[in-house]
Every structure is written in C-alpha cells, then in structure tokens.
Unconditional design. Structure first.
Length: 245
C-alpha cells in the first residue's frame, strides 16, 4: 500500500513504541490519528511532531480501551474526523507485574480487555472503513511472551497469546480486502526503574545480545503495511532471536 495520504490510527501513540510508529508513518506522508488514554500532553506533542515532519494532518483521540464501548467510539470519531481509516495499528497495552499467588480476576479481566478484546472490536468497528477503498491493513503489536510466557506476568502473557489468536481470526474474517498481521517484539523499552543488572540480564538472553529499538518495531510496521502484500495472518518476530534462544 502507498502510505502517502493514508489515514493511520495508532493506539497508545502518545509515548514510547506507539509514538515511534506514528512518527514513522508521518515520515511517509500518512495522516495520523494519535490515540491516547491518559497522556494528553504527550499525544499533542506527537501531533505537533507529525505536522513538522510532513505537514500531514494529525489529531488526538482519547479512549479508554478497557471499556466495552471504547473501541467503537474511537473508530467512529477517527472516521468522522478524517473521512475514513486505511490502517489500524493496535499498540496500546496494559503491562503489569502480577505474581502468580497474588493475581486476581480483576487483573486478568483488565489485561484481556485492553490487550485482546479491544484490538478485536477496534478491527470490527474499523472494518467498514478499512474495506471501503478495497484495501486495508491491521497490525497487532503482540509480544514474544505470547508464545513463551513468564510466570510473574500471567494475565499479560495470556492476553498476548489471545491477541495472536485474534490476529488469525481477523485475518480470516477480513480477507481478502484487509491484511492482518502481528509483530512480536522482544525486549525493547524496559519498564522505568529497572536496575542496570536486570537490563543486562535481559539483553544477554537474546541471541543478538542487545535490546531492540522502537525504530526496529516501527520499520516492521512499515514493511507489513507497505511491502508485505502477500502476507496475512502472519507473525513477525522483532526480538533479537529471544524466542529461539
Ligand atoms: N516495551 C517493550 O519492550 C515491549 C516488548 C514486547 C512487546 N511490546 C508491545 O509493544 C506495544 C508498545 O509497547 P510500549 O512499551 O510502548 O507500551 P506501554 O508504554 O506499556 O503502553 C502503551 C500505551 O498503552 C496505553 N494504554 C494503557 N491502558 C490503556 C487503556 N485502558 N485504554 C487505552 N490505552 C491504554 C497507554 O496510553 P496513555 O499513556 O495515553 O495512558 C500507554 O501509553 C505494546 O503492545 C506492548 O505490549 C513492548
């Protein structure tokens, strides 16, 4: 797909990896719907950055994706503002440490709602807009730990495993007009406050012996949107080999 002028909705785009993805599409001349939940100041800064990179249209959209109606309201607001949606990138995510013995049903429900249910219903709500031009794209940002879970983040890992299933379900439901693919990042931006020792251990656990970058994830999104025209339902690891280490 030619990215120039296309409307790209990136969830969780105010900060960190989502922000980098949004700016990478801006550099290709795409119009940006910058979704945020609480980071309004950062989201507005992303809009300013998009405009200074390419002069393309951009706007902020607030939605709590834990709420059942959040995805539908978000899709409708974006389509009203831009007249359509060409690309949906599900990057927003909840990532909380939940030691096994302390995990509650509420922890489980929140992770499932934000990380698996919302991407499904956002794709459902965006589908009529994505189809309208005869070509549409959904990219789900999953996690290598969706395939190899760790014990202290059970609801998170289970929700990312569910997202990988959602990826295949959407690919089947939305074919042939819409291509749906997932990215499985490895360790890229570690939680704030992690010690240098812990960070070193995590990078040493990859085959490439280093952390990834948000730019590497963003380039994978550009590839799936622009070049991977015979891929749907696929999973692209951007993990320094962590999955097979
Ligand atoms: N960081 C990594 O190394 C890494 C590794 C593997 C996979 N990933 C995946 O890559 C993606 C981006 O990672 P990241 O580290 O940049 O993510 P992040 O900082 O943990 O979260 C991204 C955004 O999700 C939004 N969010 C959280 N709860 C929400 C809710 N209830 N409703 C709507 N939005 C909500 C937040 O928006 P506000 O700030 O506006 O509240 C947050 O800024 C995620 O899907 C993550 O699972 C990341």
């Amino acid at each position: 797909m030619i990215l120039q002028g296309k409307v790209v909705l990136v969830t969780g785009a105010a900060r960190r990896i989502g922000r980098t993805i949004a700016l990478a599409f801006a550099a290709k001349g795409s119009r940006l719907a910058v979704h945020y939940h609480t980071s309004v100041v950062d989201a507005r800064r992303v809009v300013d950055a998009v405009k200074s990179i390419s002069g393309a249209e951009a706007d902020v959209f607030r939605a709590d994706l834990e709420q059942a109606k959040g995805p539908e309201k978000l899709a409708d607001a974006v389509a009203r503002r831009f007249g359509g949606i060409d690309i949906l990138i599900n990057s927003a995510s909840l990532y909380e440490k939940t030691p096994f013995a302390l995990t509650t049903p509420a922890d489980w429900d929140r992770h499932m709602a934000v990380n698996a249910r919302a991407p499904f219903f956002l794709a459902q709500a965006c589908a009529p807009y994505l189809r309208r031009m005869g070509e549409g794209i959904v990219i789900n940002i999953a996690d290598w730990s969706g395939l190899r879970p760790y014990a202290d983040y059970g609801p998170y890992c289970a929700s990312k495993a569910a997202l990988l299933s959602v990826n295949k379900i959407l690919a089947r439901a939305l074919a042939p007009e819409i291509r749906v693919n997932a990215i499985l990042p490895g360790p890229v931006l570690l939680p704030e406050g992690m010690s240098e020792g812990e960070k070193k251990k995590i990078s040493e656990a990859t085959l490439l012996k280093r952390l990834g970058t948000p730019e590497a994830v963003a380039r994978a999104c550009l590839y799936l949107a622009h070049a991977a025209d015979y891929s749907t339902g696929a999973e692209l690891a951007v993990d320094g080999g962590r999955l097979i280490a």
